[in-house]
Ligand binder design. Structure first.
Ligand code: PFF
Length: 454
């Protein structure tokens, strides 16, 4: 067993702090960069509809479950399963989360690095007068550069490590409270601009009108993966954050509020991006480049656009930072509590290992473009396997554990704060975690991986 002093664990200070930190983890590049391009590649409105159903039917219950496990155990994901299910292999679920954390941090921090490049480009006027085609070329040549993406990755990684070194309350909680509402406001302004561009209507139709013929097994798998990724669930991030949540916090309310904020930011990002996509004549399936081509285009059309661009990319970088710190915290909590390292040593060890993985991921279109695994470059491999495989699999095991292998009384006790809160939803929640969520995830997997066809 580890010699870590569990009485010295840090915690979040206030209700608002809990929401800000958890929403800070959930809201990030997943909403503004990943959601639009995955939706664009997978049928628009049809994808959005499936996505909504998944958030409510699976996402929120899984998030609640992670918070329950974390706060009950007061441990990192591996330690939590060891404590709640001693001598059973459930801790492997936590370990899988730690592996996913390494992979996500590698490619996600690389994208966060792209936002730094875009801050820099805004400052030197690099977008001025550029057409959409020019902006696409600009993005491609940046991404295939042999140095710059890696350089920005390293800078962002060091910033993440610096905050995590500061600990939970001082480092994580404080930085999220102010910036999140600001980001929200700027996206609103961008929505207005985008919606008033000539030809914007088509984009809105694409986003909101479901074409049911476009729903395939793959659409559903992509929506499932995106939902897990966006909510930061399935890998123990919210087990870890849950372990820092005070005992009087209403976990169900927290899960609902965080999920709603996350959903709203993703939909707003869609409303900001798709009208402009159609107004500028860009293909909605432009992949990872989409956001980085469309947004500079919108800013060029706005009075004072460069100032908006600067604020937006800075806030996007901050939103990414509040997510990367939550991922790194999973690794650091594991290192400190299970391997008994000091926080400092844990951060240094994690950061150095991340340099190897992350630099490789960030150079996936440059120096490392020849490295292909299962036909994917390193970035795409990490991006796809975490979102579409590891996170949903983790979520499946988490709900199966709580639903079938953990006393129901302990769950209701944790959700009701020892009987002080009314939990009228408990019956439905229990059916969801025992039957609906596991069966749905399993079916989506089997279908999406082509092992079974409906
Ligand atoms: N939810 C974050 C986003 O949407 O940007 C990404 C993320 C953070 C995924 C933390 C997973 C995680 F554990």
């Amino acid at each position: 067993m580890s010699g870590f002093d569990f009485n010295s664990r840090d915690s979040f200070g206030s209700r608002l702090g809990v929401i800000a930190a958890a929403a800070g983890s959930a809201v990030g590049l997943g909403n503004i960069w990943r959601f639009p391009y995955v939706l664009g590649e997978n049928g628009g409105g049809a994808f959005l509809l499936v996505y909504l159903i998944i958030i409510f039917a699976i996402g929120i219950p899984v998030m609640m479950s992670e918070l329950v496990i974390g706060r009950r155990a007061q441990r990192n994901p591996v330690g939590a399963f060891q404590l709640l299910a001693p001598k059973k292999p459930w801790f492997l679920v936590g370990l899988m989360g730690v592996v996913a954390a390494f992979m996500i941090l590698a490619f996600y921090t690389a994208v966060a690095g792209w936002t730094l490049e875009y801050i820099y480009q805004t400052l030197i006027g690099g977008f001025k007068g550029k057409s959409s085609a020019d902006l696409a070329t600009m993005f491609d040549s940046f991404r295939s550069d042999s140095l710059r993406p890696a350089l920005w990755f390293v800078i962002f990684m060091v910033a993440t490590s610096g905050i995590v070194l500061g600990g939970v309350r001082k480092g994580i909680e404080k930085s999220t409270k102010i910036m999140m509402p600001m980001l929200f406001l700027i996206i609103l302004v961008m929505c207005v601009k985008s919606l008033t561009l000539p030809g914007a209507g088509k984009g809105l139709t694409f986003l909101l009108q479901p074409d049911f013929s476009k729903i395939t097994g793959n659409t559903i798998l992509m929506a499932l993966g995106q939902a897990f990724f966006s909510l930061s669930i399935g890998m123990g991030t919210l087990i870890t954050y849950g372990s820092y949540i005070p005992k009087d916090n209403n976990l169900a309310t927290t899960a609902v509020q965080v999920s709603m904020v996350d959903l709203m930011v993703a939909v707003l990002a869609g409303v900001a991006i798709f009208p402009a996509v159609f107004a500028f004549g860009i293909s909605p399936s432009s992949g990872e480049a989409l956001t980085f081509i469309v947004l500079p285009g919108i800013f060029q059309q706005m009075p004072g656009g460069m100032l908006f661009a600067l604020m937006f990319f800075v806030l996007l970088a901050v939103a990414a930072l509040t997510s990367t710190i939550s991922v790194l915290e999973v690794i650091v909590a594991y290192f400190t509590e299970q391997l008994n390292l000091t926080r400092r040593k844990a951060v240094i060890l994690a950061t150095i290992s991340m340099f190897i993985l992350g630099i490789s991921a960030s150079l996936s279109w440059g120096l490392m473009s020849n490295v292909k695994i299962f036909g994917m470059n390193i970035f795409t491999l990490f991006n796809n396997t975490t979102a579409n495989v590891l996170l949903p699999l983790g979520g499946l095991l988490i709900v199966v554990f709580l639903g079938w292998f953990f006393p129901s009384k302990n769950i209701s006790d944790e959700l009701s704060n020892g009987g002080t809160l009314k939990i009228r939803f408990y019956g439905i929640y229990r059916i969801v975690i025992r039957f609906i969520a596991p069966i749905a995830i399993a079916l989506v997997f089997l279908n999406g991986l082509g092992l079974m066809k409906f």
